[in-house]
Design a protein around this ligand. Structure first.
Ligand code: HEC
Ligand code: HEC
Ligand code: HEC
Ligand code: HEC
Ligand code: HEC
Length: 217
């Protein structure tokens, strides 16, 4: 008889304990290796797209709301990139022959999505959620910059853990009225952003969490 015995209930999980003992250090090392990879730190990354779609024209000059195309940004974790049918609402009539729009017409005909290249891409071990931010009054501009002035979307912020935490620890300057989240030009009528944000944070009971499981699930 050994002096110490595992209790009966551990019988079924005991084989797993060994795997965990090896697995956790490997997992954490992986986090560091891949977490430090440049993919999320490349501020300025602006890949060329299969269609030269201009936010400066559509969201800026034509004044289209972000949610016309990014329809799920308030309701889901992901901000969907629109299918060709959304473009064809206009481009069936506007510039119907444009060679620049050929991939959009092809996608519309075949149902195969346009192969957009992702600009922002967090590592898979990070959990992010658009709706949690947008429905708390954090604007697109705080994380994506003046997209409505961009011919080609580029990454404006590092998307690093430190960047996320800076705001989670002190969100007040980044909180605005809910009906202004897609108004990238917005500024408070009176007082500072911090005052306005602090008031709204208290009214809505907003309290971003900083424990690891918020973003690593
Ligand atoms: C007419 C439709 C349309 C409107 C309106 C629109 N977008 Fe987009 N957006 C797209 C398409 C298509 C893409 C993918 C191609 C690209 O990256 O340019 C995209 C890409 C993006 C990306 C990059 C996604 C990635 O790959 O990381 C961001 C950020 C973005 N949009 C933000 C906005 C914001 C903010 C607004 C409002 C100011 C807006 N968009 C308005 C169609 C639209
Ligand atoms: C609300 C209407 C509307 C929607 C929706 C729309 N566009 Fe446009 N788009 C326009 C207008 C207006 C122009 C400018 C046409 C001109 O310059 O004559 C334009 C121009 C363009 C051009 C330049 C065409 C050229 O040959 O110069 C491209 C490319 C384009 N849009 C892509 C898209 C894509 C991709 C989508 C869907 C994600 C989209 N548009 C959705 C109205 C729209
Ligand atoms: C708190 C910061 C933050 C805010 C606010 C925010 N985004 Fe994002 N957005 C991100 C991050 C981070 C990613 C990359 C997500 C990933 O890789 O999982 C992203 C990705 C995207 C994408 C690519 C598709 C996706 O979901 O991965 C689009 C499109 C987009 N954002 C549009 C918008 C629009 C439009 C708004 C405003 C209505 C907005 N975002 C507000 C941080 C933000
Ligand atoms: C500009 C400010 C800001 C930035 C930047 C930001 N957040 Fe947030 N985050 C918030 C606010 C405000 C909330 C809402 C908290 C609440 O509702 O109490 C929030 C909520 C969340 C939630 C929801 C938590 C839950 O309870 O479901 C997650 C997950 C999250 N953030 C992850 C991230 C990640 C990952 C990043 C970086 C890629 C990030 N955030 C960057 C302000 C920010
Ligand atoms: C508000 C969101 C958020 C919270 C809270 C958070 N992280 Fe992260 N973490 C991230 C993001 C985003 C990255 C990816 C950074 C990158 O790709 O450079 C990351 C990356 C990491 C990495 C990879 C190494 C690195 O720095 O890139 C480790 C390890 C990690 N986090 C551990 C933790 C631990 C431990 C906690 C709790 C003390 C924690 N995280 C809390 C968002 C968060």
């Amino acid at each position: 008889m050994s002096v110490f015995e595992f209790p009966q209930w551990t019988d079924r999980i005991r084989p797993w304990l060994g795997i965990l003992a090896v697995g956790i250090p490997v997992y954490v090392t992986g986090l560091f290796l891949f977490g430090a990879s440049p993919s999320t730190l490349n501020v300025g990354y602006a890949p060329e797209q299969p269609v030269p779609f201009s936010h400066a024209l559509h969201a800026g000059e034509l004044g289209m709301d972000c949610r016309y195309c990014h329809t799920t940004v308030e309701s889901a974790a992901h901000a969907a990139v629109p299918p060709a049918s959304v473009c064809m609402n206009c481009h069936e009539r506007v510039q119907p022959e444009s060679p620049k729009l050929l991939p959009v017409r092809e996608s519309w005909a075949t149902g195969e999505p346009v192969q957009w290249t992702r600009v922002h891409d967090l590592p898979d071990f990070v959990y992010f959620n658009h709706s949690a931010h947008v429905t708390s009054g954090v604007s697109c501009v705080d994380c994506h910059g003046r997209v409505d002035r961009m011919e080609t979307v580029r990454q404006e912020q590092p998307l690093s853990m430190g960047w996320c935490l800076d705001c989670h620890r002190d969100p007040d300057p980044h909180i605005r009225p809910l009906d202004k989240v897609t108004d990238l030009d917005w500024a408070p009528d009176e007082g500072t952003r911090r005052d306005t944000g602090e008031r709204l944070r208290q009214i809505h009971g907003i309290q971003p969490r900083t424990d690891c499981s918020t973003c690593h699930r």
